[in-house]
Design a protein around this ligand. Structure first.
Ligand code: MN
Length: 596
């Protein structure tokens, strides 16, 4: 029950009431079904699920629970609780998020293949391929078997699976959230390690997918484990500040009155910051005491233009603070977050922050990629959804070029850690890591463009290829094809310059430049390079079949079967085209599929 309360709080905030039962109706119903409520652990899950998806069929959830419970029976969490409490809690998090039945079924079963004798094949037969794909995507590689590489392999596999179905990542995030909530029983060292890994990869992932409601709780639980004293200090600060609620109440009611006078239909609510965000602002600003400004959210019931009317109404009663207005509606953040932000000089001359958005913007700000599951009928433009996955697609693109999972994980970490900027090129917005240069942009626009780029014009001015781009820059890239007429130089003499490696920022550009040099340094190409490129070639061919190379094991077996002395020799043979990559891949897939 405390798990529930915790999550409910995270999902709180200014969200309009969900379509669902009235509390009274719910209570009556629970009285009527009293015997099962007490004995059936799935009841709460089904209820939360049907509160959002009224037509959902509960039987498949019960079936999944029964199998999971059966399989995990006799296993226990570190806390001493039966293991099944974990998948059940993960499914509950997914249900509160508003995910569909398929996700909930997969969440209930997410650890069965990894930790029990239940096989992926049996799971596919019992629940279908969709569920099997989701479970497979979050199934870890065995550390005992794969050693150090297991972690990187696991993340790479998960990202590839998410490229096909993003629900994989949502289950993974819910899984991690529950593990983080229950981290208290672990040793200090493993708490630190897990919290740190969560902060490095999963929190930014959650942010990229725009799921703020999960991110807030992940943030806070990371803070709890990494900075327990700070967590206590901030929590205490938020808990006892006399007059805070009354002040916010006054702000809300005066804002409401102003909006009414301007004929803007809107909900106005206090919008408290979460602990981590207060802590971050406190530390960043070098404040001795926790730094937290009163904040309200205005959710307008109308089109985006109403947001500007609301802004006018707010600025009409309280003077805006210069330099604090941000229009994320006209230029959304790169995780598609849209809102107007302003700070005003509120009652008693205190600074108040105001967020203004439409209902649709509010939903996608809270639920991000999960919004399409929570509000299936609300529509939401398909292009917005596609854009939300842009980042994932980009990651998958350079995944093809990563030499091995460790490099991939390193690049992923790097990409997630970077702040991002948006620039304009070829008439569209392109997202790049902060500090990116025209060369990064050129590679983002296409491998050819990168390899052949010669010069750049930034905001109408020629600029060195090493210039750092700024948010909003308009950039033109010139390639040697554009300059073809005035040169009879052999095209092969061009290509990336080695010094580019000194200033490019994105993992994608780095990998592409390395790839070019590896390809163009024959005949002096080393065996190591051939091995690496042979492996990359196979990786690429596998991608055509929507498969990835999770580990070397199948390759190793294949090289034996084909009579090569070792794996390296096979990879060199692939590079030299002694054996066709497609042939290797076909046999590889055969081998893997028939082993299961
Ligand atoms: Mn798990």
């Amino acid at each position: 029950m405390d798990v529930d309360a915790g999550h409910g709080a995270a999902l709180g905030g200014a969200l309009p009431t969900q379509p669902g039962e009235l509390p009274l109706a719910r209570r009556l119903r629970s009285l009527l079904t009293w015997p099962t409520t007490e004995t059936d652990p799935v009841t709460q899950l089904v209820r939360s699920h049907r509160a959002i998806h009224a037509g959902a069929e509960p039987s498949v959830l019960r079936r999944a629970y029964t199998i999971a419970e059966n399989m995990h029976r006799g296993q226990f969490r570190k806390s001493g609780e039966p293991y099944i409490t974990h998948p059940l809690a993960v499914a509950q998090i997914c249900a509160d998020l508003g995910m569909d039945s398929t996700t909930l079924v997969a969440a209930l079963l997410h650890d069965t293949v990894e930790d029990t004798r239940y096989t992926l094949q049996a799971l596919a037969e019992d629940f279908g391929h969709e569920v099997a794909h989701l479970v497979d995507g979050v199934t870890k590689f065995d550390k005992a078997f794969y050693g150090k590489a297991a972690e990187a392999e696991t993340i790479r596999k998960m990202i590839i699976a998410a490229g096909k179905d993003v629900r994989v990542l949502i289950i993974k995030l819910a899984d991690r959230l529950h593990n983080m909530r229950t981290l208290g029983v672990r040793s200090a060292a493993s708490r630190q390690r897990i919290a740190r890994a969560t902060q490095e990869v999963l929190v930014p992932l959650c942010d990229r997918l725009g799921i703020q409601t999960l991110k807030r709780e992940l943030d806070d639980v990371v803070l709890l484990h990494l900075e327990p004293d700070e967590h206590v200090r901030i929590a205490r600060h938020v808990h006892d500040r006399p007059g805070w609620d009354a002040y916010l109440e006054e702000v809300v009611s005066r804002a409401k009155a102003a909006l009414r006078r301007s004929r803007v239909d809107a909900e106005v609510t206090p919008r408290p910051r979460h602990l981590y965000s207060i802590w971050k602002d406190t530390v960043a600003g070098g404040h001795g005491t926790p730094f937290d400004l009163p904040r309200i959210a205005v959710v307008v019931d109308g089109p985006a233009t109403d947001c500007y009317a609301a802004l006018g109404a707010v600025h009409g009663i309280w003077r805006p603070i210069a330099g604090r207005f941000k229009d994320f509606i006209a230029s959304p953040k790169n995780n598609l977050y849209r809102s107007l932000h302003t700070s005003v000089c509120g009652p008693q001359d205190r600074t108040v922050e105001v967020l203004i958005r439409t209902e649709e913007m509010h939903r996608s700000a809270e639920y991000g990629i999960a919004a399409q599951f929570r509000f299936p009928r609300a529509g939401g433009s398909a292009t917005a959804r596609a854009e939300q996955l842009d980042w994932l697609r980009r990651v998958l693109d350079w995944e093809q070029d990563a030499a091995d999972p460790a490099q991939f994980l390193e690049s992923l970490r790097c990409d997630l850690a970077e702040a991002q900027i948006q620039v304009f090129a070829d008439g569209r917005q392109v997202v790049l890591p902060a500090g990116a240069t025209p060369v990064d942009l050129a590679y983002e626009l296409g491998t050819e463009r990168g390899d052949r780029c010669l010069a750049a014009r930034i905001n109408g001015r020629l600029a060195p290829l090493s210039s750092e781009l700024d948010e909003g820059d308009v950039v033109e890239i010139f390639t040697e094809t554009d300059a073809e007429d005035d040169s009879d130089a052999d095209a092969a003499s061009h290509g990336p310059r080695r010094e580019w490696l000194g200033f490019v920022k994105s993992p994608h550009a780095q990998m592409q430049i390395n790839r070019w040099f590896a390809e163009h340094t024959e005949p002096g190409i080393s065996i190591t390079d051939k091995v690496r490129l042979g492996r990359a070639t196979i990786g690429l061919a596998l991608r055509k079949h929507d498969r990835g190379l999770a580990s070397d094991l199948p390759l190793l077996r294949l090289s034996e079967e084909l009579g090569y002395p070792d794996l390296e020799t096979l990879l060199v043979a692939v590079f030299d085209r002694v054996i066709e990559p497609d042939t290797v891949v076909r046999q590889l897939i055969d081998l893997v599929d028939h082993r299961q």
